[in-house]
Design a binder for this molecule. Structure first.
Ligand SMILES: [Cu+2]
Length: 170
């Protein structure tokens, strides 16, 4: 997989959706009252290679959905993936950490929030590869269905959520 091959544009629609989510949280009073334990405010540390455009797109997506993201450029993301226990067959471009969980690839912010709310006994969640239409991989030409997988260090891999996307003909 070549992390430099992806596209780095976040669509206007995605920005709007992200801002909408932040506004919804703010209007509910969550940002003011809930403090540091609010899942939406958990800091995310993201590791990526310097040339990865779609990684930056995912960072933008997370920030637009209320996360504070620390952007760490590393020489070899595979070292980080091994440290965090990401199975090789679930690998994508960037890898991130939030609240002790690993996040691999273009995981939607909504899934990260669900992970933080439910705290299942997993090491992390992943979107393998780089499906078109996933957050940070916006495309005018195609939206591929994708599945968010949960994984453990003992090697168990299960389905966390599914994102059936509508294909558009070019
Ligand atoms: Cu990517």
């Amino acid at each position: 997989m070549n992390p430099t091959s992806c596209r780095g544009h976040t669509s206007f629609l995605d920005l709007l959706l992200g801002l909408g989510a932040v506004a919804a949280v703010a209007s509910g009073g969550g940002l003011l009252s809930a403090g540091a334990s609010t899942p939406a405010l958990m800091p995310v540390t993201a590791y990526r290679s310097a040339s990865c455009g779609c990684c930056k797109g995912w960072l933008q997506h997370m920030r637009a959905n209320g996360f504070t993201v620390r952007d760490v450029v590393v020489a070899d993301v595979d070292v980080v993936k091994r440290r965090l226990g990401v199975p090789a067959r679930l690998a994508s471009c960037h890898t991130a950490e939030v609240a002790g969980f690993a996040l691999e690839g273009h995981v939607p912010a909504a899934d990260v929030k669900r992970l933080l709310q439910r705290r299942p006994p997993v090491t992390g969640i992943a979107v393998p590869g780089m499906p078109l239409g996933s957050p940070g991989m916006e495309s005018a030409f195609a939206k591929e269905p994708f599945t968010v997988m949960a994984f453990t260090r003992s090697g168990a891999i299960t389905t966390f959520s599914q994102h059936p996307q509508v294909r558009t003909e070019p």
